[in-house]
Ligand binder design. Structure first.
Ligand code: AMP
Ligand code: ZN
Length: 116
């Protein structure tokens, strides 16, 4: 499995950095965002290091699909199965700050469109 010793989310997956884990599968780990933007704000990451969603989709489409199904399961578990937003920021200009792909699950408040 690909990992990056300098990557924050690889460290969370390995258990070397503490996070509030809410769901784990063979291929994914989900944990609460440190700076939540909604009552439920969870990040779902693949265990393997991929810089962004497109690289994950190309390299491991099963894990990519599992990010979405995991996010959906967490949304249901938190009582928001019918209304939630999923976001992949890709590139610094789009707001990506951690370059280990992560799916944002946001739920529990009204969402506006377009996003900022
Ligand atoms: P992005 O800006 O799309 O790359 O998202 C990175 C997210 O990671 C931000 O929402 C941060 O609040 C979140 N974050 C940064 N460090 C941690 C951490 N140690 N534990 C949980 N979430 C974090
Ligand atoms: Zn990583």
């Amino acid at each position: 499995m690909t990992t990056d010793a300098d990557c924050l989310f690889c460290k969370i997956v390995a258990g070397d950095v503490t996070a509030d884990l809410v769901h784990v599968t063979e291929r994914t780990v989900a944990f609460r965002d440190l700076n939540p933007q909604a009552p439920t704000h969870v990040l779902v990451v693949p265990r393997a290091h991929h810089a962004n969603a497109a690289e994950l989709a190309a390299g491991d489409p099963v894990a990519c699909a599992e990010l979405v199904s995991t996010a959906a399961a967490v949304a249901v578990a938190e009582g928001y199965g019918g209304d939630y937003r999923l976001v992949f920021n890709t590139g610094g200009g789009a707001g990506q700050t951690v370059f280990h792909t992560h799916l944002h699950l946001l739920a529990g408040r009204p969402m506006t469109w377009p996003p900022g």
